[in-house]
Design a protein around this ligand. Structure first.
Ligand SMILES: Nc1ncnc2c1ncn2[C@@H]1O[C@H](COP(=O)(O)OP(=O)(O)OP(=O)(O)O)[C@@H](O)[C@H]1O
Ligand SMILES: [Mg+2]
Length: 163
């Protein structure tokens, strides 16, 4: 059965995804978790990177390289006092390893962006996390459909400003 979605957005271009990242960045703080699901190439890393860049820009940090954590599993960043964890759990299959990475502890103390969150199993933060699901759209190579579910504070922040 499909769970009810709080918000569905159409992102016509990668610039629209960047604008969404800017909007959500303004509302994020330590202890927030964003779980990014969707198939290979859906844009999870693109969105996570845009959120990290937006947070660093807001904090006055110089721009830095933000590689996909496909092989390192976790990359950490700072945006002023905010610690940011960007994880890609695609290659992990045992939730025990996730605890060893320190990710579970980071859920409480840092902003965490997690790709392939299904790998978390019982360690998934659940209702407290913002779930973002990205899917390709057939109309154009840059179009994506985003389904958001989570705390009202964060889902509301994703909505584009009224025209
Ligand atoms: N609207 C869009 N939103 C996000 N990414 C887009 C969009 N349009 C084009 N892209 C591009 O699609 C590609 C998505 O690749 P990305 O690495 O972000 O996917 P992924 O979901 O992280 O895949 P993986 O599961 O392999 O980690 C990037 O090159 C990105 O710039
Ligand atoms: Mg990725």
């Amino acid at each position: 059965m499909t769970e009810p979605a709080d918000l569905i957005l159409h992102l016509g271009t990668s610039a629209a995804t960047d604008a969404l990242a800017e909007r959500i960045a303004a509302s994020l703080c330590a202890g927030d978790t964003i779980l990014l699901s969707g198939g290979i190439g859906a844009g999870k890393t693109h969105l996570a990177r845009a959120v990290i860049r937006a947070l660093q820009r807001r904090a006055g940090e110089p721009p830095e390289d933000i590689p996909s954590p496909t092989f390192t599993l976790v990359q950490t960043y700072a945006a002023g006092p905010l610690e940011i964890w960007h994880a890609d759990l695609y290659r992990l299959h045992d939730p025990q390893e996730i605890e060893e990475l320190g990710l579970v502890a980071a859920f409480d103390t840092a902003l965490c962006l997690v790709e392939w969150p299904d790998r978390l199993g019982p360690l998934e933060p659940g209702a407290a996390a913002l779930h973002l699901h990205l899917a390709l759209c057939p109309e154009s190579p840059e179009a994506r459909r985003l389904i958001a579910r989570g705390p009202a504070r964060l889902v509301t922040a994703l909505s584009p400003p009224a025209a």
